[in-house]
Design a protein around this ligand. Structure first.
Ligand SMILES: Cc1cc2nc3c(=O)[nH]c(=O)nc-3n(C[C@H](O)[C@H](O)[C@H](O)COP(=O)(O)OP(=O)(O)OC[C@H]3O[C@@H](n4cnc5c(N)ncnc54)[C@H](O)[C@@H]3O)c2cc1C
Length: 347
């Protein structure tokens, strides 16, 4: 068994042990038993945000296959088992006339992973609708219900990221009971829908438009599209304060001409802006389709997606990631951080 068979980028060596768990009790028991014996554990969802070393994982992989969606706890409330397919959850919410997840259509992986990096796209993040996350705490062996305000959600992060203390068992969402979407915030999506940012459309329309936009960028898994053999975006967009922004702006003018305007997006934090990593990567000389020739390349549809052409190794993928990170650092003075979880490798 190779972990390459369980990751969307189709990379990763063998694991010493592999167990698939179908119930919450089995999941907790598998983790508890491994912890008791000192066995390293890797919790596996859909493998869409994982880069695993060619050497594999020296421990037990626990694949989450728990199922169940319950909607009995009140209007708009959905409690979803960690092992549910994420896009099926979105599709169901839209079909049931619930709004708040429609822009998160087409994202691969399982529901239990969504709080970990606060999954987001096209103006929505799960932190906007998650009301609580039920977890198994490996430190105390307790099952806890963590309310939204204690989840530490931020841009592509939460208190569950960068630690293996918590195993997500289920996630509860509080959605608006309406067939209309929540206001469409993302300009590219609004344009695709022919509306202005802030307008609402039918959720089903928003879902279709998002999936179409994502397909064009190779951001919906499709075995027939080699550009989707990736982990999605490899780098997060850097978040800069005013001083760091001024340095990058000066570097951008030096590199691209005096009239260059560095694109940026507001963040929820005062004084901080997000700069598109794709813009920096392209201007640093790594365009779509960039291919150093050892099996790993940049997607031909999306600058942020690093793709396994079929013959890549994890080492080759990481070498490409390092080349891009170093090029952006040398050109703009910004360190790009990886979005996927790296197992047995470092950038
Ligand atoms: C084509 C493509 C497009 C993508 N687009 C987006 C996007 O638009 N926005 C976005 O935010 N992300 C995107 N991603 C990244 C990815 O889909 C999400 O991060 C997704 O939530 C990962 O889910 P998963 O089940 O595949 O997690 P995995 O890759 O299996 O695991 C990721 C991490 O979460 C941990 N984990 C998984 N399940 C649990 C659990 N139940 N309890 C505790 N830890 C757990 C794992 O141990 C690992 O550390 C994309 C990926 C691809 C391949």
């Amino acid at each position: 068994m190779k972990l390459a068979d369980y990751t969307t980028v189709r990379l990763g060596g063998p694991a010493r042990g592999f167990v698939r768990v179908g119930t919450e009790e089995e999941l907790i028991e598998a983790v508890r038993a491994a912890d008791a014996s000192g066995e390293p554990v890797l919790i596996l969802g859909g493998g869409s945000n994982l880069v695993v070393a060619d050497e594999g994982f020296d421990g037990t992989v626990i694949q989450v296959a728990t199922r169940g969606v319950s909607s009995g706890a009140g209007p708009g409330v959905l409690t979803v088992a960690a092992g549910e397919d994420w896009d099926a959850v979105v599709a169901r919410s839209v079909a049931e006339g619930l709004a708040g997840l429609e822009c998160l259509s087409g994202i691969p992986g399982l529901a239990g992973a969504t709080p970990i990096q606060n999954v987001g796209a096209y103006g929505q993040e799960v932190s906007q609708t998650i009301t609580r996350v039920r977890v198994y705490d490996r430190k105390t062996s307790e099952v806890l219900e963590i309310p939204n305000e204690q989840c530490g959600f931020g841009y592509r992060t939460s208190r569950f990221r960068g630690t293996d203390q918590f195993v997500v068992l289920s996630v509860t969402f509080g959605l608006a009971v309406q067939v209309r979407s929540v206001p469409v915030r993302y300009p590219e999506l609004a344009a695709a829908l022919g509306v202005s940012p802030g307008d609402q459309v039918e959720s089903i329309e928003a879902r279709s438009a998002v999936i179409e936009l994502r397909q064009r960028k190779g951001m919906v898994i499709n075995p027939a599209d080699p550009d989707t053999r990736s982990v999605g975006s490899f780098f997060v967009n850097p978040v800069l304060d005013a001083a760091a922004l001024a340095v990058v702006e000066a570097a951008a003018r030096a590199r691209c001409g005096p009239d260059t305007r560095l694109p940026r997006f507001a963040t929820t934090e005062e004084g901080l802006v997000k700069v598109p990593a794709a813009w920096l990567i392209e201007r640093a000389g790594f365009g779509q389709g960039y291919n150093p020739g050892d099996g790993a390349r940049i997607s031909s549809k999306h600058t942020l997606a690093l793709v396994n052409s079929g013959s890549a190794s994890t080492a080759a993928l990481m070498a490409l990631a390092r080349e891009i990170r170093d090029g952006v650092r040398d050109t703009f003075g910004v360190w790009l951080a990886p979005e996927p979880v790296l197992v047995g490798v470092t950038l």
